[in-house]
Design a protein around this ligand. Sequence first.
Ligand SMILES: C[S@@+](CC[C@H](N)C(=O)[O-])C[C@H]1O[C@@H](n2cnc3c(N)ncnc32)[C@H](O)[C@@H]1O
Length: 248
Amino acid sequence: MVERTRAQSSPRTAVVWEVLRAELARRDADGPLRIVDAGGGTGGFAVPLARSGHDVTVIDASPDALAALNRRAAEAGVADRVRAVQGDADRMLDVVAAGSADLVLCHSVLEHVDDPAAAASSMAGILRTGGCASVLVANRAATVLSRALGGHFGQATAALASPDGRWGPADTTRRRFDATSAEVLLARAGLAVEQIHGVRVVSDLVPGALLDSEPGALEALLALELAAAELPPYRDIATQLHLLARRT
Ligand SMILES: C[S@@+](CC[C@H](N)C(=O)[O-])C[C@H]1O[C@@H](n2cnc3c(N)ncnc32)[C@H](O)[C@@H]1O
């Protein structure tokens, strides 16, 4: 069972943790799982999963992120269950055996890799049959709305028209997705999407001061996020889309 920490109760990650918690509970009888976190960075997901008894390999391109991950894992007392590997999410079969992972996380990474199709196929390649991929991607519709709300109407129109959902040459995100494009990407790699949730449907639109000044507002916002996450059209305007997909 994954313990519920303060970070996991934040609107930024609560929906993803809810989906993961349900999947892990389903697999409780299987004992510790072999989890790979592709582009797992400093271990925001890897360390809590290791604290719950699972073995986690983080594959990340950044040595600095991996060094911070190792420190965080040591501080949490789970260094023996967290393996940090410098590598490329597009080529995970170079560092992890085929069919060896029960669960692969790929959160906020497909926006940045050179080849998202190769990364999806790499996820499928390291998963065992029946294993799951937890994939979090930036949602193009949220960028259109946020650029427009910031008064950048030309950029909002550009993001609407761009096949990659980019708002202009200065946009540092290489690509964004919608529910269909993300699902098709995973399906082509042999990953059957079972669930799609919106993450941060309204959280990024709410002034922070309102949450600080109104007692109980954060809890109420969290309840709203969880209730709206699966429901189109709310799901489809969320800042991020979370997909749970199974290796068939
Ligand atoms: C936005 S961070 C997300 C970190 C973590 N997954 C999370 O959700 O908190 C993106 C991470 O992906 C890593 N990254 C970017 N491109 C990568 C690639 N091609 N292969 C592996 N890691 C990559 C970066 O070093 C960074 O740690």
